[in-house]
Design a protein around this ligand. Structure first.
Ligand SMILES: Cc1cc2nc3c(=O)[nH]c(=O)nc-3n(C[C@H](O)[C@H](O)[C@H](O)COP(=O)(O)O)c2cc1C
Length: 459
């Protein structure tokens, strides 16, 4: 069997993920494994049609295409995102259609499921047959148990392809109606009382809905700062070197505009509107570059207490996983999610009203200082980081460690004295079977008692 491996890590041969593929190759030497370092060579793939031709030829001759990449900031690295976009834009994509595909990631299991959902949905959109996915922890290969698990996965994946088994489709195709949004009469400008409003977009999108949506928002906030990513210099995507872990210093410092923009325009803003257009099943690779490059702050939130709104052109309503990524990003940041407005309503007056409402509610939320409590997405995510930074990666992420200590992120081991004393007392009294039975019956009423008191205190 011929296998093409699309390696999405910017680290090329030094990729941790790649080692799992090499391991599979050694375990299944009867197959021929070809490697394309997309993460490392995306620029030349973008620019050179002959490179695209070589990849197409390789894929055409292959029975399976294995996408192997790290998880980067809630999903896949920007370099691979760009490659996925190219598959839909240039001839290259046709070679992938009808082929079996599989996905392998390494990560610390923070939103690995979102990366997998994106990849599966996008590969299915390309007409590929999904033969399986494997999400390994970065260090799994060090353990015999996990090596056996990887081997079992590879065995199953290769059986599927070898026997040309039918596979299921997990994500329905997108249905999207294109229409031309023309904003109506402008609403009055909003008084933001000195607050800093930032409208950030990847491109200007002239004559496109995303551009018109951004323009309407700008009209409500005449003093807003408008940051267009395409118009600042970004020397490249995140290289994954993690040198920022010690002190939040990026290797790109002084080499392009990104860090200055992040420090001076993003960190200082109070209300931020992110404008984007859906490309395949997510925002653009340029937006992804922004999020990956923002990793110079590693696991330390930078948007705490700010208000965030999203303006999205495209079928976000059909993309649960993408919506979840935007929500999770906001929650984990400790920011307020005002709303996400899309152009799916296909009606200009309604879209005008939705955008106006978003603008007004963002200002009101700032005035109230309202940030919704994080759900599992934000809370669970922070706990994954907490364990990782406290434990095995403390030396690498020293800047996070200092911040986590100072900001109460290390809420373990539990040191709540009252809870510990109550637990000790209850364990003791419940040694008596009669008391245990009596307490069992009282649990429901006793649990609500102190909470009820708060309500009952009110007139
Ligand atoms: C910029 C950047 C962002 C990352 N974001 C995530 C993330 O969102 N979730 C996660 O579980 N791991 C994340 N990681 C950790 C990597 O996924 C992990 O180290 C992976 O094993 C690296 O694989 P590679 O060496 O093949 O690139 C991130 C690492 C970097 C450098």
């Amino acid at each position: 069997m011929q296998i093409t491996v699309i390696s999405g890590s910017p680290k090329g041969e030094l990729s941790v993920t790649l080692q799992s593929v090499r391991y599979m190759e050694k375990k299944f030497p009867e197959h021929v494994w070809h490697y394309v370092h997309v993460g490392q060579t995306i620029r030349s793939i973008e620019e050179k049609t002959e490179k695209q031709g070589e990849i197409a030829e390789l894929v055409r001759a292959s029975d399976l295409v294995l996408f192997a990449q790290p998880v980067y900031t809630f999903t896949i690295p920007s370099q691979l995102k760009r490659f996925m976009e190219l598959l839909f834009k240039v001839d290259l994509g046709r070679a992938f259609s009808g082929k079996y595909a599989a996905v392998l990631t390494t990560s610390i299991n923070f939103f690995d499921h979102a990366a997998h959902a994106y990849m599966r949905a996008t590969l299915e959109d390309l007409g590929m047959r999904f033969a399986g996915a494997f999400s390994a922890d970065s260090y799994d290969l060090l353990q015999e148990k996990e090596r056996l698990r990887l081997e079992a996965f590879a065995g199953d994946m290769l059986e599927t392809v070898g026997r040309r088994r039918p596979v299921t489709r997990a994500f329905a195709p997108l249905v999207h109606k294109a229409w031309n949004y023309k904003s109506g009469e402008a609403s009055p400008a909003l008084d933001v009382q000195g607050k800093k409003v930032l409208i950030i977009q990847d491109r200007r999108y002239p004559a496109e809905n995303a551009g018109a949506m951004a323009d309407r928002m700008v009209a409500r906030f005449p003093g807003a700062d408008r940051l267009v990513l395409e118009e600042i210099s970004m020397a490249g995507g995140c290289l994954g070197c993690v040198q920022c872990g010690f002190d939040h210093q990026c290797v790109y410092a002084g080499k392009d505009d990104f860090i200055a923009a992040y420090e001076e325009r993003i960190k200082t803003a109070d209300i931020l509107f992110f404008v984007m257009k859906v490309e395949d099943r997510m925002f653009s690779a340029l937006w992804k570059t922004f999020f990956d490059r923002g990793f110079y702050n590693t696991h330390t939130p930078t948007l705490r207490g700010k208000q965030l709104g999203f303006l999205v052109s495209g079928p976000l309503g059909q993309m649960g996983p993408f919506r979840e990524v935007l929500t999770a990003f906001t929650e984990w940041q400790g920011a307020g999610l005002v709303d996400m407005v899309t152009d799916e309503c296909c009606e200009a007056p309604l879209l005008d009203a939705l955008l106006d409402t978003l603008a007004e509610r963002a200002v009101e939320a700032w005035e109230r200082g309202f940030v919704s409590p994080a759900t599992f997405l934000g809370k669970g995510g922070m706990k994954v980081f907490r364990d990782d930074v406290f434990g095995r990666h403390r030396f690498v992420f020293q800047a996070d460690h200092t911040w986590f200590e100072a900001n109460g992120i290390y809420d373990f081991p539990q040191d709540d004295k009252r809870a510990m004393e109550t637990n000790a007392f209850m364990f003791d009294v419940m040694k008596d079977p009669g008391t245990k039975e009596a307490i069992r019956k009282m649990l429901k009423s006793e649990m609500v008692k102190p909470i009820r008191k708060v309500v009952d205190r009110l007139p």
